[in-house]
Design a protein around this ligand. Structure first.
Ligand SMILES: Cc1cc2nc3c(=O)[nH]c(=O)nc-3n(C[C@H](O)[C@H](O)[C@H](O)COP(=O)(O)OP(=O)(O)OC[C@H]3O[C@@H](n4cnc5c(N)ncnc54)[C@H](O)[C@@H]3O)c2cc1C
Length: 511
């Protein structure tokens, strides 16, 4: 009997898994597989923490599959090699999977698999897994399609699967991972994803809107769902519907008015971010080279950013001499996660203040993020580096962010033990400490903690000046209009025209 292959990619869950649901209706046995592809390891945006996380989520999935008669083959192999082998051994009837929106590498891999399937006359059936629309003709229609997707009925866990059984403990010794150990690493798998969203919607989320920006508070009050979304342990559609359900329940709950109002506002902010998730991935779907070529390549070329190894090292290791920045970078390196505002600050410091090329710094961040999601990542890298031409120039002031979100410096002291004894008066600018205070705080600037790698305020202003100067170029402006047509959010355009949006974006703000 031929087999039906269900290829689990970054969709490591049982619920809302249409490929599995459809394949399970076949009379043929299923071959359920997750691949650890050898080529993936050498991709410059990939870190062993990503592969390790996915394998752990795949192992959790295998456990759950065994409860319903299934099991997962976790295989270290190139996709075409294993498909060829399966076809020779069993004969493949069809392959089922979700559509994947990845970088140039996974895009090329999918092209090769498609070609192979055509040669072998095997049908490869791909299903959408979120609000991203393949082959979208115009952004104008995107929101309606996404909303329709999000309201599709959820798919529950299938039962009584008939499969080609997998070994209980897959041999992954050939994978050879050496991931950096992460502090507070989340629990892998679908069950953990479900309890994470549950605790957010019932407890942690009430003050989400007000606490998402301060890094010390965000760790608890943000949903922390991102690594589960990127490995597909929970679907975006389910998350959206769970939030809507919670919004309905709220109306009948006897909460005090303040609490009810907090929840309403926080859940509404959260729903918007779930929409952004797909909005940003849609950009990579339509332009799969965003990891190597800027959306507005004319603007990018005009900016001529320069690679400076010393500045890059200071930035990448959290040793710039700017305490709030360094604390954020060190938290990210140790835990694999930091909140949105700080990610934006980290990227904007690289691109405006230090004038470093976005691809190098974007790759470094991709490797640091436990939740690396190519579509969100490269779109955000472009946005925070000013290479789209359609977004406001946001050059973050580290001092302002630090004072707004960590006035007393508790967060700084947590992540930079060298500054532990520095009085709060100097915690954001320790280089201003008189020598005797440096001595009494056991922190000699330039020895125990670095001097600032450059003058932050003037370097940032110079970066902003160069960015605006490039934006005035007529070719860059023309390309910006094309970028807007292809990728711009239509929500904004209903309120203001692209022209006025451009006008707004050339006003300098202090972020
Ligand atoms: C330079 C840069 C790179 C980024 N790279 C990634 C990445 O690789 N992977 C990733 O998941 N997110 C990325 N983000 C977006 C955002 O910072 C994270 O999604 C968020 O911090 C994850 O934490 P959370 O799940 O607790 O978020 P919550 O605030 O609880 O939000 C819930 C979900 O909404 C989505 N979301 C939230 N903010 C955004 C946003 N600004 N854009 C798109 N979707 C959003 C995410 O799926 C997130 O998991 C990046 C942001 C920047 C500025």
């Amino acid at each position: 009997m031929p087999i039906e292959v269900v290829w689990f990619k970054r969709d490591l869950r049982l619920r809302d898994h249409k490929p599995l649901q459809v394949a399970s209706q076949s009379k043929n046995p299923l071959f359920l597989m997750y691949l650890v592809e050898p080529e993936r390891k050498s991709q410059p945006d990939t870190d062993d923490i990503h592969i390790e996380w996915e394998i752990d989520c795949a192992l959790a999935l295998d456990k759950n599959l065994r409860l319903i008669g299934g099991s997962l083959h976790i295989i270290h192999s190139n996709a075409i090699e294993i498909l060829g082998k399966l076809d020779r051994t069993h004969g493949i009837n069809r392959i089922f999977s979700h559509e994947e929106t990845g970088t140039s590498w996974s895009y090329q891999r999918d092209m090769l698999v498609k070609e192979w399937c055509e040669q072998q006359e095997i049908q490869w059936i791909e299903f959408p897994s979120n609000g991203v629309v393949r082959g979208l003709e115009s952004r104008d229609n995107w929101k309606a399609s996404r909303d329709a997707r999000m309201s599709e009925p959820l798919i529950e866990i299938p039962h009584n699967l008939t499969v080609i059984p997998a070994k209980e403990n897959p041999d992954l010794t050939s994978v050879k991972l050496n991931p950096r150990p992460l502090k507070h690493r989340p629990v892998p798998g679908e069950d953990a994803a479900m309890s994470t969203i549950d605790s957010f919607l019932k407890e942690r989320g009430e003050l989400y809107r007000w606490r998402m920006s301060a890094p010390a508070l965000a760790t608890n009050h943000c949903s922390r769902l991102s690594p589960y979304f990127s490995a597909g342990c929970i679907s975006i559609g389910r998350a959206v519907q769970m939030v809507s359900e919670r919004q309905r329940q709220l109306k009948n709950e006897g909460l005090d008015p303040d609490s009810k109002s907090n929840w309403k506002k926080s859940l509404s902010s959260f729903q918007s971010r779930l929409a952004w998730h797909c909005h940003f991935i849609q950009k990579l779907e339509q332009e799969p080279t965003l990891d190597i070529r800027a959306m507005n390549h004319d603007l990018d070329s005009l900016m001529v950013r320069e690679f400076d190894q010393k500045l890059y090292n200071a930035w990448a290791t959290g040793n710039t001499g700017w305490p709030f920045f360094d604390a954020c970078m060190r938290q990210l390196t140790s835990t694999g996660w930091i909140n949105f505002r700080m990610r934006a600050m980290i990227m904007s410091v690289a691109s405006y203040t230090l004038w470093l090329p976005w691809r190098k710094t974007g790759l470094h961040l991709a490797r640091l993020f436990m939740d690396y999601e190519p579509g969100i990542h490269w779109s955000q890298v472009g946005m925070q580096s000013g290479t789209t031409g359609i977004n406001t120039v946001r050059a973050y002031s580290i001092l302002k962010q630090g004072k707004d979100h960590d006035k007393e410096g508790y967060f700084i002291k947590k992540w930079i033990p060298e500054l532990r004894n520095v009085p709060s008066k100097y915690i954001h600018e320790p280089w201003k400490m008189p020598e005797e205070i440096q001595a009494s705080a056991s922190c000699l600037i330039g020895k125990d903690y670095p001097m600032p790698c450059t003058d932050e305020a003037s370097a940032r202003k110079e970066g902003v000046r160069r960015a605006y100067s490039a934006r005035r170029n007529p070719d860059a402006k023309t390309t910006s209009r094309l970028v807007y047509q292809k990728h711009g959010s239509r929500k904004k355009s209903s309120r203001r025209t692209h022209k006025s949006q451009e006008h707004r974006s050339i006003q300098t703000k202090l972020f």
